[in-house]
Design a protein around this ligand. Structure first.
Ligand code: ADP
Ligand code: MG
Ligand code: ZN
Length: 462
């Protein structure tokens, strides 16, 4: 039996990301999550006879932006096609997708892995509509909810360039970050707005030819994607190394049993009978639109991370944390712009205090303090008005309120006393009040100094 190390895993990911539009891809129904079933439907997304699709221009703009952020070449002309299959959540009997002429081609994404910095190719980016959802287990009945039917998606098809489950996880996280930073997707795996199918095969080390693959469907967490890929790699090696073979398959993942299981064999795979959608003209994106989309493209997370390290002097770790979410980066940059403090101090405060109580959900975030409050606090510590210890107290006092740190310091009488005369008066008062301790100190019990310092701290409220 050949050892594991004689085989090399090969992985290619297909990611479906929901475009953040207010309305669906081909009708005016609102995109929504969590509303009562079938409250966002119309003749178009219900697939009623005679209803005609109209392409959502904003969805095209977002998909174009996603493609450009991944370094793809946007095609001047792309075609929508019908992908035909039968399933209860697909009322038209076909999904409108793009097939042989997709929106964009040939991009890439860089990841850091055990192999160093690796380039992962992006084969294509295309637009398509989502299907509805079959809800089971509502008593004895099953319900088809078409709220999601017609929701705009981009599918990002990666080249088979990934070589381990860890690399696949890293690629997914990077891809999610990019889509979130350019405002195209909210990165929500649990709500299904970012979904991944993983194609997995193995081959003998040193060979070029791709092995037979299994496609792992719809795994809804980063951890389970990595786990499922690992499990599948081991399953394939176990078969091949004992001389066995297998067919191309679609498989699911059981995270309790830590097993992948057969969903369907390639032989029983549907023939989708793709053909161009007759109700939609070719999608033409002119140079002007592409240039505009390029201009709108914000700084990408990778570039931001590098800038934080090289230009702002942060550690790679800090840069990673602060670019972990677009709103966190925005909060950090806003605070930095408001004060003349150095970036490292701002970064420490954001990491040490603010992020502890920040709530991140999808693309939105709420912070316990505002950039204005934080900048004000930093100002008070660097100009020596308050001590580091007092800063913690002021932070706690202003968190969750609109109070400005300067007011808190004033109201609590917290400012550092820099007037030596005033301090001496207080010190003399403390000594006078503690005659006995003062006498023992004079007699040589110098350890009592700490006691006196404590008394002065109490008098001066720190
Ligand atoms: P399909 O449309 O049938 O799913 P594609 O050729 O478009 O097939 O490939 C889809 C995905 O599968 C891509 O992400 C690609 O990188 C990946 N892939 C293709 N062949 C292999 C393979 N042998 N091993 C791993 N991944 C593969
Ligand atoms: Mg596929
Ligand atoms: Zn509709």
């Amino acid at each position: 039996m050949a050892p594991q190390s004689e085989y090399e895993p090969v992985i290619g990911l297909e990611v479906h990301a929901q475009l953040l539009t207010r309305t669906k891809l081909f009708c005016g129904c609102e995109t929504s999550f969590g509303d009562p079933p079938n409250t966002h439907t119309c003749p178009v997304c219900l697939g009623l006879p005679g209803a005609l699709p109209v392409l959502n221009a904003h969805a095209v703009r977002l998909a174009t932006r996603a493609a450009l952020a991944l370094g793809c070449t946007v095609q001047r002309e792309s075609i929508f096609s019908r992908k035909n299959y039968f399933y209860p959540d697909l009322p038209k009997g076909y999904q409108i997708s793009q097939y042989d002429k997709p929106l964009a081609l040939h991009g890439e994404l860089l990841i850091e892995s055990a192999r160093g910095r690796v380039r992962i190719g992006v084969l294509r980016v295309h637009m398509e509509e989502d299907a509805g959802k079959n809800l089971h287990g509502m008593g004895s009945e099953s319900v088809v909810d078409l709220n999601r039917a017609g929701t705009p998606l981009v599918e990002i098809v990666g080249d088979p360039d990934l070589r381990s489950a860890a690399e696949a996880g890293e690629y997914l996280r990077r891809l999610r970050d990019i889509l979130m930073f350019v405002g195209v997707n909210d990165g929500n795996l649990e709500q299904g707005s970012f979904r991944c199918d993983a194609n997995v095969s193995v081959r003998r080390v040193g060979t070029e030819k791709l092995g037979t693959r299994a496609e792992l469907k719809n795994i809804n967490s980063f951890r389970f994607v990595e786990e499922a890929i690992d499990v599948e790699i081991r399953r394939q090696i176990a078969i091949l190394s004992t001389g066995g073979t297998f067919h191309q398959q679609t498989r699911g993942y059981n995270s309790d049993k830590k097993e992948t299981y057969l969903l369907r064999d390639k032989a029983s795979e549907a023939d989708y009978r793709y053909f161009p959608e007759p109700d939609l003209p070719p999608l033409v994106i002119d140079e002007a639109a592409i240039s505009e989309a390029k201009r709108e493209l914000p700084e990408l997370p990778e570039a931001k991370r590098e800038r934080y390290v090289t230009a702002l002097g942060l550690t790679p770790y800090a840069a990673g944390v602060l670019t972990g979410h677009p709103e966190v980066a925005r909060f950090f940059e806003h605070t930095l712009a408001l004060c003349n403090n150095d970036a490292v101090k701002v970064a420490n405060l954001v990491q040490g205090e603010v992020l502890r109580d920040a709530r991140l959900s999808g693309l939105s975030a709420t912070f316990p303090v505002s950039p204005e409050q934080l900048a004000g606090l930093l100002q008070l510590t660097t100009d020596g008005t308050i001590s580091g210890k007092q800063a913690k107290e002021v932070y706690a006092a202003m968190a969750g309120t609109a109070d400005l740190p300067a007011e808190i310091v004033k109201n609590r009488g917290m400012a550092v006393i820099r007037d030596e005369g005033a301090l001496e008066t207080i010190a003399r008062g403390v000594i006078a009040k503690n005659e006995k301790q003062a006498a023992s100190y004079r007699a040589g019990k110098t350890a009592l100094l700490g006691y006196f310092v404590g008394q002065v701290m109490k008098e001066t409220k720190g």
